[in-house]
Write a protein that binds this ligand. Structure first.
Ligand SMILES: Cc1ncc(COP(=O)(O)O)c(C=O)c1O
Length: 424
């Protein structure tokens, strides 16, 4: 007899990015030489976690910190996180306004669970990461805004405005996965103004319009740029705003599983109750070690400077190289990255014919061609909510060695030079 599951489970689609990444890893293990630029993760051989953090974790296990942590996260970590955020981002979070969990994912899920009833609307821009899946998990109604390359794929206030009336949640992220771009002060300020205005309009007893601000990449920005966030621009948004953050990206520590949300205490308390049942806690030893590490401000900022230099040098090498191809007349477009570990790249080759005679129609045709002909694996923006005819892609630099970039660019150039463009 065929097994049956919940409607939600039977209709949930897995992460396209993880599927693609696994497939590439399988082929690499089987001996193929592929430049894998698909995965939003770090190669620990290239981007190790801070040495001190590693030592502190080992010491915590030696001390026997292996029992259940408290459901909200250990106090030392919530204190360290609030200080870290308050010092770096000029926020005013108390430890009671911080909720710790096993990475950002369970926190995002819990925020959706806490705020949304089935059928409630969530506004989010695409391309963006996983908002569609979180909507599906809780039965929320996605209201999607497609952003434009000329806006660096960040949403404009005018695009969001018509949808906010009926929404319970606006989900934003900056710096943004998959684009490697971030909000300017003005862009975010205008959006924050709309959220406040909408909340002032709502009657008492009505659910407010909440703002989820995923800023997990905020420490990963070029040194001459500032990370903008809602409460710095509009402190009155505090009762409606919840941030998601953690060590996964900034400390190259995706496998350690320590994340935190910060927001108004009543919301955090509800989240705590839900997370207590889910039990997606960060391990106690990791929590204790991260608390200790975050307190070492000069070491933290030295590490962040180091990782930023490493990431920026890779992003810049790709940016300059791809721009060089564009200048040579190849059908390539690239957006200057302003954060995270990604670049947005366009291969404007829809309609072109491969040496094997195949015409490239969709994003996945283009991705397959690049993989077969250039041994370069990238993720189409279809995985982040754009339609199949998009020709924009995400490059991730987290598993890339700087010295490989010239060869990757050469390979891309060769693959492009083998395409023929049919006359219309
Ligand atoms: C924007 C964004 N938020 C959250 C996450 C998840 O972070 P974590 O690994 O801490 O669950 C990711 C992971 O790729 C991400 O890109």
């Amino acid at each position: 007899m065929a097994q049956r599951f919940s409607h939600m489970a039977e209709t949930l689609t897995g992460s396209e990015i993880i599927r693609l990444g696994n497939e590439i890893s399988r082929r690499i293990k089987a001996g193929e030489r592929i430049f894998n630029l698909t995965i939003g993760d770090f190669d620990p051989g290239i981007f190790p976690i801070p040495n001190t953090l590693k030592r502190l974790i080992q010491e915590c296990y030696d001390k026997g910190l292996t029992n259940y942590p408290p459901a909200d996260g250990i106090l030392e970590l919530r204190e360290a996180v609030s200080q870290f955020l308050n010092n770096s981002l000029k926020t005013g979070f108390k430890p009671s306004e911080i909720q710790v969990a096993g990475g950002a994912r369970p926190l995002i899920y819990t925020i959706f669970r806490t705020l949304l009833d089935p059928g409630d609307a969530v506004v989010f821009p695409v391309p963006s990461w996983n908002n569609n899946h979180y909507c599906h998990l809780v039965g929320a109604r996605p209201l999607v805004v497609q952003t434009l390359p000329e806006d660096n794929f960040m949403p404009r206030a005018q695009q969001l405005e018509p949808l906010l009336r009926e929404a319970t949640l606006l989900a934003l992220c900056s710096p943004l996965n998959p684009t490697g771009t971030s909000f300017t002060r003005q862009q975010l300020q205008e959006i924050c103004g709309l959220v406040l205005e909408e909340n002032r309009r709502r009657k008492s007893g009505q659910k407010p319009l909440y703002l989820l601000y995923d800023q997990i990449y905020w420490p990963l920005m070029p040194s001459d740029l500032e990370h903008h966030h809602p409460l710095a621009l509009l402190p009155d948004l505090a009762p409606f705003t919840v941030y998601v953050d953690g060590i996964s990206k900034s400390l190259a520590a995706t496998g350690l599983r320590v994340g935190w949300a910060s927001g108004p205490e009543p919301l955090i308390q509800r989240m705590r109750a839900i997370l207590g049942h889910i039990g997606a806690w960060a391990p106690r030893a990791e929590q204790s070690a991260v608390a200790d590490y975050l307190g070492r401000s000069s070491e933290v900022s030295e590490f962040l400077q180091h990782i930023n230099r490493e990431i920026s040098s890779r992003q810049n090498a790709f940016y300059e190289g791809l721009k060089g191809l564009q200048d040579k007349g190849y059908p390539v477009q690239v957006i200057q990255p302003t954060g995270a570990i990604y670049l947005s790249v366009r291969w404007a080759v829809r309609g072109a014919q491969t040496p094997a005679g195949k015409v490239l129609h969709t994003a996945s045709d283009i991705a397959e061609y690049l993989l077969a002909e250039a041994s370069v694996a990238v993720v189409p923006f279809t995985a982040f909510g754009l339609p199949p005819d998009t020709d924009w892609f995400r490059i991730s630099v987290g598993t890339c060695r700087l010295q490989d970039i010239p060869e990757i660019l050469e390979s891309i150039e060769n693959s492009l030079s083998h395409l023929s463009f049919l006359a219309n």
